[in-house]
Write a protein that binds this ligand. Structure first.
Ligand SMILES: Nc1ncnc2c1ncn2[C@@H]1O[C@H](COP(=O)(O)OP(=O)(O)OP(=O)(O)O)[C@@H](O)[C@H]1O
Length: 464
């Protein structure tokens, strides 16, 4: 692709287009000339967002400048220079009030045109650079939990208040709503931030291994224990231990963990030395722990030990106002990752807002990444979304790209709930990705656009 700056010239006079176009080309710009607003929009679809638009206001079919002004938001993000005829000063000022960068009167002086164009491009370059620097500036603390809803704001306020304390925290809420993001922020804002953040998925580690994973073991403690091994508790010393899906912790382990929380000491499996540790415990679950307690599936004494302060996340469907800002954040992340700009058309944004997200923010993010993978010229439109058949749940970025699993529409039924069907599809996609990557979980996770740990969680949850 050319790295020349791309100018879209919109003017109904062929002679002017010819002249100004070739003149700007000689100046080293890439120029696309069109004669109407509809052609300009088409050019944007095909060639992507221009770096600058030169826009005549009086264009066919209506030759109504007000109608042309209405199209300006379509070019949001790139500077627009209005080309005016005589006696159009008022209109030009109106265009500037609506966001145009400058105007230039016909007959156009080529040198003047070059100055105006270069100034506008320099200014946008600076603005973009500033934006990039702002985006790259690492978000810290509670800011990483994105959202405008009351719930999201309350969560950020709570993170800021409780992070510097050593109080235990229990984060609850549906899957994919950022419980791990919150736990990480609690650590990053704490006095332990320089220490380790160790995450344990309590349901993903087989019950018989969990004890040695957490407490470590000494050589010869059991068959296969060929040397001493430190447990995750020791590794987390001085930092935070994140117990994810605590509701899935096997009952015998609950007793042992309770003892650690009460006494701050433990023995490695097969060991005789009492070890003491200094960790902060943050736990998370999407289960209703109080309910599990009432069913005797979770120890009440442990529940009160880990509960400390509760933070509850909400399903995304309950806070649709968070969708645009989440999308904006993920788009900036993708722009940084791929070092190119990415825009979302307004109808695509509408689609994201109107859809239900049973997999919450995780599903929203994966869907955006899938669509980004197939979009052309840095513009996500409904066309890409329709290509990926999102009336069925989202697949991942890579799986939709080159290892696609055929989704059979006949399998979709109204006799089963959406959740059940989503789960079935997730299971098929996981099996498919594992098959594609010959059982390699890191590879499979990459194919699915998940973290390795996220995939392991799902494998554990679905028993794949
Ligand atoms: N409010 C948010 N702000 C920024 N990113 C978010 C937010 N909520 C979720 N995410 C993103 O969504 C994905 C899932 O988040 P996370 O793993 O924290 O969810 P979870 O609630 O712990 O899920 P699970 O219960 O399945 O473990 C991550 O990529 C995370 O970055």
């Amino acid at each position: 692709m050319s790295d020349k700056r791309y100018i879209l010239l919109v003017d109904d006079e062929p002679a002017f287009r010819e002249l100004a176009g070739s003149w700007l080309s000689q100046q080293g710009f890439r120029v696309k000339s069109v004669g109407s607003v509809s052609e300009a929009l088409e050019a944007k679809q095909i060639h992507g967002r221009p770096d600058l638009v030169l826009l005549d206001l009086s264009l066919p079919p209506h030759f109504d400048p007000q109608k042309t002004l209405l199209a300006m938001p379509e070019f949001e993000g790139c500077p627009i220079i209005i080309i005016t005829g005589h006696a159009e000063r008022e209109l030009s000022l109106q265009a500037i009030a609506q966001g145009a960068w400058d105007f230039i009167a016909k007959p156009v002086d080529p040198d003047m045109l070059a100055v105006v164009v270069r100034r506008a491009l320099a200014k946008t370059r600076l603005e973009r650079e500033l934006q990039r620097l702002q985006n790259t500036a690492p978000k810290h603390g509670a800011e990483v939990y994105i959202g405008l809803s009351d719930n999201a704001q309350k969560i950020r306020a709570l993170i800021e208040r409780i992070a510097p304390t050593d109080v235990r925290v229990l984060v609850t809420g549906p899957s994919g709503t950022g419980k791990e993001v919150i736990s990480r922020a609690l650590h990053d804002l704490s006095t332990r931030a320089q220490g380790p953040f160790i995450s344990v998925h309590c349901g993903a580690i087989p019950a018989e291994l969990l004890e040695s994973e957490l407490f470590g073991h000494v050589k010869g403690a059991f068959t296969g224990a060929e040397k001493d091994k430190q447990g995750l508790l020791t590794l987390a010393d001085g930092g935070t231990l994140f117990l994810d899906e605590i509701g899935e912790m096997p009952a015998p382990m609950q007793v042992k963990l309770l003892r650690v929380l009460q006494e701050g000491t433990f023995y490695a499996v097969g060991g005789r030395t009492l070890q003491s540790i200094d960790v902060r415990i943050v736990s998370a679950t999407n289960a209703d722990l109080a309910e599990l307690v009432s069913q005797n599936a979770f120890r009440e004494d442990l529940y009160y030990r880990i509960k400390g302060v509760g933070i509850e996340t909400q399903a995304l469907d309950k806070r649709p106002q968070d969708i645009p800002i989440l999308l904006q954040t993920f788009i900036s992340d993708l722009e940084r990752k791929h070092a190119r700009s990415l825009a979302l058309s307004s109808d695509a944004l509408q689609w994201f807002r109107n859809r239900s997200w049973p997999g919450n923010v995780r599903e929203l993010k994966n869907t955006l990444e899938s669509v980004d993978a197939i979009c052309v010229a840095g513009q996500i439109t409904l066309e890409e979304i329709n290509l990926l058949n999102f009336d069925v749940p989202a697949t991942s970025i890579e799986s939709s790209r080159n290892t696609s699993l055929p989704i059979n529409r006949e399998n979709i039924t109204l006799e089963e709930s959406l959740d059940v069907q989503v789960q079935k599809l997730e299971i098929r996609l996981i099996q498919h990705a594992l098959k594609q990557s010959a059982g390699n979980k890191t590879q499979a996770a990459k194919l699915l656009g998940l973290s390795r740990q996220g995939l392991i969680k799902k494998i554990g949850r679905y028993g794949v």
